[in-house]
Design a protein around this ligand. Structure first.
Ligand code: DGL
Length: 270
């Protein structure tokens, strides 16, 4: 019973933690492409090439379902993968839609026409590649009308987190929130549209102020995964072992993951 969870680096661990809490009987194979992170400054072709190269490894670890716990890969590569790359008996799902369904007050797979929703001013914090894809705005437009989205590309933030430099990461969060507020002074809600950013959720909330609802992508994705596996039990693969794989240096990645998750995590070479 193994499901694959992929990210360019450490950020997908936020999704893994929530999924493991929500589905304690399922084994998870986590794969971080730390050797090639960050993805957020790469072209869509490059993100597609790296993501397919990485996700293909899950099939060898007994997974039939892979979650792209990476907004950049979900925005830049997922559709192309689903159209022409994913084998017939496998599934690859992204992390965008559950968050947009929550924001637009919809249940899973509710495809009714777009309608007005309670939140009208939304701040989106994401990588440069996710922001320039406009995938978030496109998916939201299918479901909601009258929502003003201001996107802030948070250059440098993934690098600082991958390097474990939390002082720099905090300074970058505060300066990106300031930049966002110059464009949209009073957002009602904020989307942390990169799975690395919840590692600094407290800093985002503090910089945004208590009146702004910060959406937690990890829990929304975990709920949606539980729902999906309930409807598609055949997609719980044959694998029987949880493991953490990285294309980077396992000792370095294990140390960072242990720092962020505040528990011992041991990565092995992918
Ligand atoms: N965690 C990835 C995301 O959600 C980070 C992308 C990157 O490597 O820049 O977008």
């Amino acid at each position: 019973m193994a499901v694959g969870i992929f990210d360019s680096g450490l950020g997908g661990l936020t999704v893994l933690e929530a999924a493991a809490r929500r589905l304690p009987d399922v084994d998870f194979v986590y794969l971080g492409d730390n050797a090639n992170a960050p993805y957020g400054v790469r072209s869509p072709d490059d993100v597609y090439r790296l993501t397919t190269q990485a996700v293909g490894r899950f099939w060898d670890h007994g997974c039939d379902l892979a979650i792209l716990a990476c907004n950049t890969a979900s925005a830049a590569a997922l559709r192309r993968m689903q159209e022409s790359w994913v084998p017939q008996d496998k599934r690859v799902l992204g992390v965008f839609v559950p968050m947009i369904e929550a924001l637009s007050e919809r249940g899973w797979g509710d495809n009714s026409p777009p309608r007005e929703v309670a939140v009208n001013h939304v701040a989106l914090f994401a990588t440069p590649a996710t922001v320039s894809s406009r995938a978030f705005q496109r998916e939201l437009a299918f479901r909601a009308i009258g929502v003003d989205v201001e996107a802030q590309a948070c250059g440098g933030l993934v690098d600082a987190i991958e390097d474990g430099d939390l002082i720099l990461a905090e300074a970058l969060v505060r300066s990106h929130v300031d930049a966002l507020k110059r464009k949209m002074p009073d957002p009602q809600a904020a989307i942390l549209g990169c799975t690395h950013y919840p590692l600094l959720a407290d800093v985002f909330q503090d910089a945004l102020g208590p009146g702004v609802k910060v959406y937690s992508q990890a829990d929304l994705v975990a709920d949606s995964l539980a729902d999906y596996l309930g409807r598609h039990p055949d997609k719980i693969g044959q694998g029987t072992q949880s493991k953490f794989l990285t294309t980077g240096d396992p000792a370095k990645v294990s140390a960072r993951a242990t720092q962020f998750l505040k528990r011992g995590v041991v990565f092995e070479a992918a």
